[in-house]
Every structure is written in C-alpha cells, then in structure tokens.
Design a binder for this molecule. Structure first.
Ligand code: CS2
Length: 481
C-alpha cells in the first residue's frame, strides 16, 4: 500500500451547476487536467461552472460509465510519497454524436449558459498544416461538403457556432488545451478558415465574437494499464475509468475570455499576457525529451519513461538534451530557471507509479516532431551550433517507423500518416536511402529543411550511428566525441 492516501470530495453545491463549459475530447487528460482545475476552483468559489463532457469518435462506453456513476470522476495523483484521490464533481452531462445524435451536441451551443468550449482533441484533431487549415485532409473534405453533418472537431465547432449566431446567443471562448505551439491561434485559424469556406457571414461573426486564448497545459497522464488498475484496487477505487496521473500540474492561460471564466488561478493556474515562452519551454524541454526517450527507449527495449530514466545513459542524455539543446533556444521571462526546470522534469519522469509507456508517447510522431524538435534545430542551424541529440531523436523516430526494436521485436506504429510511413519503409532499404525518403516523403520536414545539407547531414550521421551501434550505445555515446 502507498504511504499516504488522502481522499477529497466536492465541497460545493453540485445542484447549482449549469452547462457553462462544453469539453470536446473528454479523455484521460481532460479528466485529470481541466476537470480538476474546474473542481478545485468551484471548491473555493462555488457557482455554476458545470462541464458537459463530450467525445466525438470513440468513448461511448466511458461516457455511459460516467453517467452511471452520477458523473463523478476519480482522479488519483500518485507518486512515491503517496496518493491523493479526488472525486471530481463538476460534470453535469455527457454527449456523444454516435450515441445521442449530432443534433444533441450542436444544441448545447444554443444554450444561453454556455460560455466556454474547451478542447483536448490532440495535435491531429486540428486538421492543420503549418498552423493553417489543411483543406486536403480527408475528414475535413467530408465536413466541407457536409457542413451540417461534421465529423471533425473543427466542423463541429463551426456548426455549433452557426447555431449560436442564428439564435443571437452571443459569442463565447474556445479554449484549446492541446500541446501545439500557439494552440489558440491555430484553433482560430482552422475554425475561421473552415467557416470562410462555408459561410462568409459566419466567419465574420466568429472573428468578432469568439476568443481563442492560447494555453500551456502540463500534467503527465498515462493511459490506464494493468498496473494502474492494480493500484486502484489496492486503495478500493472500483471505477473502471479512474485516472492515475502525476501530482504536478501547470496551466498558463492567456486571459482573453469573452463570456466570463472560472477563477482558475485560485486552483493554481497562471493568467498571463503572453503564453508563448511557457509553451515553447514545455513543448521543447518536456515533450521534446519525452519523444527522444520514447523512440530511442522503445528501440532499446525500455517499456516506460521511468525505465528510461533509471538507465543512466538515457537519463543523462535526456537532461543534456534539455539543458544543452532545448534551453538555449528559449527566451524566458525573468525568474524562470531552466536548469531547475530540467531537474524537476527528470524527477517527474522518474515517478515509478506512472508506467508511462514509451510506445504511447511514440504515437503521432508526424504531428509532434515539428514543435518538439524541428523548431529548436532551426534555431541551432541559424547560429551554426551542433544539435547531436536532436538529430539522434529524429533518427530514433525514423528507425521506430520501420516497426521493430533493436532486437527485432515489433513496435506499434500509430500515426495519421502510418500508411505512408509504412510504404516508405517497405519500399526503401534501411540506411541512407531510407533517411532520404523519410526526409522527403514523411510530411514532417518542410521542403527547405529537407533540401538543406546542413540539416540532412547530421540526421544521416545520427541514423548511421544508431543502426551501427544500436539505440542504447548511440545514446550512451552522445557527448563523448
Ligand atoms: C506526451 C504528453 O504523449 C505525449 O506525447 O509527451 O502527453 C505529455 O505527457 C504531456 O504533454 C505532459 O504535460
């Protein structure tokens, strides 16, 4: 049993809650993140900020399970010091177009009380390319042809806002909580881009009445696995969809809400004028190190992030990646100590309760690598500085995409472009030809980078080392030249 277990339950009056927040993409991260901030704010202020939890694709079973439990969500923050179990009570309803019909979801946008639509739809959910609407995206093409019957979150937002405009209900705030640089700006760009293609008046209305603040979100929330379920059973939590996550969380939010907001700062969030430095810090140092460990760790046979950082070669390389190749690309406000941030991240990664699988973080590499690695590489190239760890990280992703680890054990490849990646691997022999084909055909690398010898050569060299020595030796060899 863990050393200490504390249980917290809502202290506010749930009967007062109204549907004021609609959350699209109510999965593990939203439970552990948005819900806990709303809940703790309600504990301090009371009020009516209830949340409707919506999923667009999978998730009907999870939402049904929530409904059956009076929509109480159990979030267990765990580390080696103990557990904090929070029974989150802020949900007022659940919604799923596949279960309740799309109309029921769009009708929520018509509610007078609705003030905020928050999103955790992952990077790929924005259907963007270089921050703009990707009109070639197959699901978007469907939605553009059928704007009243959308499948994508972008299409749902635009259809919902159209209902709102028609009833003159006033604007609201759309709050992206995904790991994208300038997530609010990307969200605005895809929503307005879509709206402009279907109805110019609607696009103008959205531009005038809807705000899209940027946010930096941070809490490590692995998918629940057998170890997590065992822990939950040990402490008597029966909910099949309870969440085990780390105690740490950080939310930095641009304060641009057009229809009120909960005082999230009372629950520890920070409202700032400019989120960008915080988001770059987190995307490059935390997420960049995560992806580095995920690809190279999986190739070396490490199942979890905690396993990776228990291996001194990986721990040192991840810390060096943060301090030597990511921190120097950042311009932080006074008072932010990036070395202390790196040390804290390594401690968070070591949390043995989390079981955060390398193969989970390895998903959707095509969507993650630009902001986690390429942004820093561009800065190093402009200053003529070496970037061997980032190069090995990219090489690790390429090797991972061939589908087996260093001992030949299969690795799962989950990515919206997985078919194209598999086709490249199948048609190109491993080695420099494969690196060249990935640089040119994987959709990750902008044409100017893919064509630049000062970009290609370090990646190519890292890939040769990785294939010659294996992931563990290649990681251990970093910094030894
Ligand atoms: C991870 C993130 O899966 C991933 O790509 O890097 O989910 C990470 O755990 C969170 O961003 C932490 O805030």
């Amino acid at each position: 049993m863990p050393k200490t277990t504390t249980i917290e339950t809502p202290r506010y009056n749930r009967a007062l809650l109204k549907p004021r927040i609609l959350h699209l993409g109510y999965g593990a991260f939203a439970r552990a993140f948005l819900s806990t901030y709303v809940d703790e704010t309600l504990d301090r202020t009371g009020g009516d900020w209830g949340v409707v939890a919506a999923r667009l694709h999978s998730g009907v079973v999870e939402l049904d399970a929530l409904d059956a439990r009076d929509r109480i969500v159990t979030v267990v923050a765990a580390d080696d010091d103990g557990l904090l179990v929070r029974r989150v009570g802020c949900l007022v309803d659940t919604s799923h177009p596949g279960r309740d019909g799309l109309d029921a979801l769009l009708a929520i946008f018509e509610r007078e009380s609705l003030s905020l639509v928050s999103l955790t739809i992952t990077e790929k959910g924005y259907c963007s390319r270089a921050g703009e609407l990707d009109e070639a995206h197959p699901d978007l093409r469907h939605d553009l042809a059928n704007p009243a019957a959308p499948r994508t979150a972008v299409g749902v937002l635009v259809a919902g806002l159209r209902r709102r405009m028609a009833l003159d209900r006033g604007g609201l705030t759309i709050l992206s909580c995904d790991n994208l640089p300038e997530n609010g700006a990307v969200c605005r760009s895809v929503v307005l881009g879509f709206a402009a293609l279907v109805d110019a008046d609607l696009a103008a209305w959205i531009a005038a009445h809807v705000s899209f603040p940027c946010t930096m979100v941070d809490r490590i929330v692995p998918a629940l696995d057998e170890a997590g379920r065992t822990l939950l059973r040990e402490i008597g939590v029966e909910d099949t969809d309870a969440i085990v996550c780390e105690p740490f969380r950080q939310w930095v939010i641009e304060d641009r809400f057009v229809r009120g907001r909960p005082d999230f700062d009372l629950a520890g969030a920070e409202f700032v004028a400019d989120v960008r430095p915080f988001e770059e810090m987190k995307l490059r140092m935390l997420n960049g190190a995560h992806s580095f460990l995920a690809y190279l760790g999986a190739l070396a046979g490490h199942a979890t992030i905690a396993d990776c950082v228990a291996d001194p070669a990986f721990r040192d390389a991840a810390r060096d990646l943060m301090t030597l190749e990511q921190a120097p690309t950042l311009a932080m406000p006074d008072g932010i100590d990036l070395t202390a941030y790196a040390d804290a991240l390594i401690r968070r990664f070591s949390n043995s309760r989390l079981n955060h699988r390398t193969t989970q973080i390895a998903t959707d590499g095509t969507q993650k690598l630009p902001q986690r690695m390429l942004a820093s590489i561009r800065i190093h190239m402009a200053h003529d500085r070496p970037w061997p760890r980032l190069a090995l990280g990219l090489a690790g992703w390429m090797a991972y995409c061939r589908g087996t680890d260093d001992t030949g054990t299969p690795l799962p490849l989950n990515d919206p472009h997985a078919d194209a990646l598999r086709a490249i691997a199948a048609s190109t022999p491993d080695g420099p030809a494969y690196v060249a084909a990935m640089l040119e055909g994987s959709t990750v690398f902008p044409a100017d980078l893919a064509a630049s010898p000062s970009f290609r050569e370090p990646v190519d060299a890292a890939y040769r080392t990785l294939r010659r020595d294996g992931a563990r030796a290649a990681v251990a060899g970093l910094g030894k030249d």
